[in-house]
Design a protein around this ligand. Structure first.
Ligand SMILES: Nc1ncnc2c1ncn2[C@@H]1O[C@H](COP(=O)(O)OP(=O)(O)OP(=O)(O)O)[C@@H](O)[C@H]1O
Ligand SMILES: [Mg+2]
Length: 504
């Protein structure tokens, strides 16, 4: 053990040197504080024995100044006078032990030095552990935030700057909901309440947050309630930016869905187009022969009505074929910049006739609605199909509400999957009908999917609507619950150019 003895009393130095002769202690001597402090730089010492009455310093100040220079090397103070107060003071100022010269023989000193070293090394490892831990937290990829039970930030790791743009100082004391998207706050509040009730259970949440640079991002957080742990006393939250992952996921899901739908439409279209033509020829033959037959029966013949039934059936079949052809043919679009308020207003009477007297129609237009580039005829078809479905879902009457409004769509949102960011004109068609359970809702846009009895529906209505909306660059979404009615939400992108403007 290398020990530095700072002592100006030469006889005491000689005495100690003699006492330590042959022991594990190698003594190095300095006769002033200044020299002692200098010597600290010459080699590594394990401990310091310090006299308080030195030529260049005395009393507790000596401990203080030595301690400043010692960098954690333990100090054992040796004095000639037994002064309790001074002993307490020197311990307060960094000494590990305080001994009286008259009491301190070699054994006592060696024991004291050893204890001092052990304590110092324990402290050092504690400090190292803490430093390592701090470095881990500060340099972690995730941001680590501690929240109090009211959801306020009481600590942020440095990495929060990278994740959110704000410094820990800026966020200190703020509510955790401050930069969250308003739509996500209820969910987060509910999860936080759950977290408070379930200590130690890890909870994962996803949410949108506003980065300091003004952009919306997706975040993912895992929170654990450690409020009851006295060493932590906080809800510990690890959070990170998962925007890239989210964008890829959403785009992938949307394009898969689109591809699936496009494949189906194409296959069905080709099939329908091929069959419909030949089928029409067959129908022409049926018409022709029923007309011939009709001419052969005199007025009043009972068989005439049978033949008329055959003709009516053939007419229904022809109607179906026409629908199939309309669906299969790539409908030629005549897109113009149009105002949806006007298009929908213009078919109001038509819609009313379609849905009948038992159903009340409400149209709420929006004078500030952005214009869209679309084929007016197609938009009418969309509305008529949606209204027909609504009517069928309200056999006992009800209300049909059509609301128009603008919506700022943010790309990568689940509710508006497949849409790019921008302003959209939205038409919401809501009925008070039967609604749909999820297993039906998942299939309604598929061609030929119908829940209606044979002859009542072809199942092409919504497939056609879907095709038109997609062709126009928009999206259609449905919200429905069994017994709660249904809302179809049609989003069409704002026209990008000024182009030719037309009401219809
Ligand atoms: N407003 C609605 N309320 C409840 N269910 C609906 C609604 N709109 C559509 N559906 C369901 O979606 C299915 C598919 O609708 P779609 O318009 O494609 O075909 P359809 O109405 O059955 O037949 P078509 O429109 O070709 O005559 C319907 O059969 C029905 O089950
Ligand atoms: Mg329909």
């Amino acid at each position: 053990m290398q020990v530095l003895l700072v002592e100006d009393d030469a006889s005491y130095v000689a005495l100690l040197a003699a006492e330590f002769e042959g022991s594990a202690i190698a003594l190095h001597h300095a006769d002033s504080l200044a020299l002692g402090r200098r010597k600290l730089h010459e080699r590594g010492f394990d401990a310091i024995i310090l006299d308080l009455g030195l030529p260049d310093s005395s009393g507790v100040e000596t401990v203080e100044r030595m301690h400043d220079a010692a960098g954690g090397i333990p100090i054992v103070v040796l004095t000639s006078s037994g002064d309790e107060e001074l002993s307490g003071l020197s311990m307060q100022h960094g000494a590990q032990d305080h001994l009286l010269k008259s009491d301190a023989d070699a054994n006592v000193l060696i024991r004291s030095l050893r204890h001092a070293c052990e304590r110092a090394s324990f402290r050092r490892s504690l400090r190292e552990g803490e430093t390592r831990f701090r470095a881990l937290v500060e340099n972690s990829y995730d941001a680590i935030t501690l929240l109090n039970e009211r959801g306020r930030v009481i600590y942020d790791s440095r990495s929060v700057v990278r994740v959110m743009g704000y410094t820990p100082e800026e966020r200190l004391g703020q509510s955790v909901t401050k930069s969250l998207h308003a739509d996500d706050i209820p969910q987060i509040a509910e999860r936080f309440a759950y977290c408070l009730d379930h200590p130690d259970e890890a909870l994962r949440v996803e949410y949108r947050f506003l980065h300091k640079d003004g952009s919306w991002r997706w975040g993912e957080a895992v929170g654990v309630n450690r409020l009851a742990d006295p060493a932590v006393h906080a809800v510990v939250v690890n959070h990170r930016d998962v925007t890239d992952r989210k964008v890829v996921e959403t785009a992938l899901r949307a394009s898969e869905e689109q591809l699936r739908q496009a494949h189906k439409m194409e296959a069905v279209g080709r099939l329908a187009g091929g069959v419909a033509h030949d089928f029409n020829n067959v129908l022409t033959a049926i018409y022709g022969y029923t007309d011939l037959l009709l001419n052969q029966f005199p007025e009043g013949d009972r068989r005439r009505s049978d033949v008329q039934e055959i003709r009516r059936a053939a007419e229904r079949a022809a109607g179906l074929t026409r629908q199939l052809l309309a669906f299969s043919r790539k409908q030629i679009m005549q897109p113009r910049v149009v105002d949806l308020n006007e298009i929908i207003g213009s078919i109001r009477t038509l819609l009313e006739r379609l849905i009948g007297d038992e159903i009340g129609l409400e149209i709420e237009s929006d004078p500030g609605l952005v214009r869209v580039t679309a084929d007016a005829g197609q938009i009418e078809q969309v509305l008529m199909n949606l209204a027909a479905n609504a009517r069928d879902a309200m056999p006992d009457g009800g209300r049909l509400r059509i609301v128009m409004r603008n919506e700022q769509v943010m790309a990568m949102t689940i509710e508006r999957a497949g849409l790019v960011s921008g302003t959209y004109a939205v038409v919401e068609v809501t009925d008070t009908g039967t609604g749909m359970p999820p297993h039906i809702r998942d299939h309604i846009f598929e061609p030929f999917y119908t829940t209606k009895e044979l002859g009542k529906g072809t199942g092409l209505g919504l497939a056609t609507v879907y095709g038109i909306v997609k062709q126009t660059g928009g999206g259609i979404f449905v919200e429905s619950e069994e017994g709660q009615g249904t809302t179809f939400i049609v989003c069409l992108p704002q026209a990008s150019d000024e182009g030719p403007t037309s009401s219809l």
